[in-house]
Design a protein around this ligand. Structure first.
Ligand SMILES: Nc1ncnc2c1ncn2[C@@H]1O[C@H](COP(=O)(O)OP(=O)(O)OP(=O)(O)O)[C@@H](O)[C@H]1O
Ligand SMILES: [Mg+2]
Length: 307
């Protein structure tokens, strides 16, 4: 769906995007995460044809984005990180205005506007002035606007910033719903944990570079390799250690009188088998605790603690 290759963007001497290569397949809900100034907005604006790149290429559905700006705008729905002022414009008129900018006729716009307003849960606000909407409502209206021309790729730049927890959940549900309807979605944020709940893949950007990218499950598995599993053992810790060591993928971290700490790179099923084997051999387990990987800690480590 989206191929970015060797992308660079310089502002004077400053390198805002530095050799970015990224492939996002169709159907992904991709989280683009990084601290302030990482280069997310710059990258997004280049993809959408709003900012020229210094070097590199961007293809959307096989179309060269730099050579076909007009066509690219048809392929992409863009929700920017700011919302303008719209004095004296009602919700319905706002969609008509943007639809006409996409070259749509009034009839076509009205046909899709009702469905879109229902999708973003603003069906009751059609005749309301845009400037009187809450921030969360404005963000959802922006999503409706970006979907008017039925793009296959939807790109949102920090759609949750400034939203209260309830509005964040509504935005998350809306995006997951759109993704299940087949839209490929890219969403940027500062907060990895917020993205990890909804995204299928993530990319972490720092100082213009992509420092990690992949499927969220693979990243979790990778982190789980370092996770500690704490076994509280009432009787024979030494025997429990011997059993644990028989299994590939187990690293014994520490052994105390009533406690064995291991880490395990295998599956949950394998871990269950280890525990079962211990119990079959009369080990009395009084506690089992698995520490989950902390995505936020990983993010801090990769971005040098900057925020
Ligand atoms: N027009 C510009 N001229 C000069 N420097 C710029 C310009 N636009 C952005 N920059 C710089 O490029 C870097 C990347 O900015 P960008 O807005 O892409 O980051 P971001 O990841 O979107 O950050 P944020 O999370 O704060 O939105 C920043 O250091 C910024 O100061
Ligand atoms: Mg930004």
């Amino acid at each position: 769906m989206l191929h970015i290759s060797y992308l660079y963007k310089n502002y004077g001497k400053f390198q805002a995007v530095n050799n970015l290569t990224l492939h996002i397949p169709k159907g992904d809900l991709f989280g683009f995460v990084g601290p302030n100034g990482a280069g997310k907005t710059t990258t997004i604006r280049i993809i959408c044809g709003l900012l020229p790149a210094t070097a590199g290429s961007v293809h959307v559905n096989g179309i060269d984005a730099f050579a076909n700006r007009k066509e690219i705008k048809r392929q992409i729905g863009y929700v920017p990180d700011f919302f303008g002022v719209y004095d004296n414009l009602k919700v319905k008129e706002y969609l008509e205005f943007y639809g006409s900018m996409y070259g749509m006729g009034t009839e076509d716009i009205l046909k899709v506007a009702d469905d879109l307003l229902e999708l973003v849960n603003l069906q009751d606000k059609k005749e309301v002035y845009v400037d009187t909407l809450s921030r969360g409502m404005k963000q959802r209206l922006c999503v409706a606007r970006a979907l008017l021309h039925n793009p296959q790729l939807l790109i949102l730049d920090e759609p949750s910033s400034g939203l209260d927890p309830r509005a964040r959940v509504e935005m998350k549900e809306l995006l997951m719903n759109l993704n299940s309807m087949g839209k490929t979605i890219i969403i940027s944020s500062h907060i990895l944990s917020e993205l990890s709940e909804m995204c299928t893949s993530i990319g972490i950007m720092n100082r213009g570079q992509l420092v990690m990218a992949g499927k969220i499950d693979d990243i979790r598995d990778h982190m789980n390799a370092d996770n500690r599993i704490i076994l509280s053992i009432e009787n024979d810790v030494e025997k429990a250690v011997r059993i644990a060591k028989e299994h590939a993928g187990v690293i014994v971290r520490s052994v105390r009188e009533n406690e064995l700490i291991i880490s395990h790179t295998g599956s949950t099923r394998e871990l269950n088998q280890i525990v079962k084997q211990m119990m079959d051999q009369e080990i009395v387990l009084s506690g089992f605790h698995k520490e989950e990987g902390n995505l936020e800690a990983l993010f801090m480590q990769l971005t040098g603690g900057a925020s």
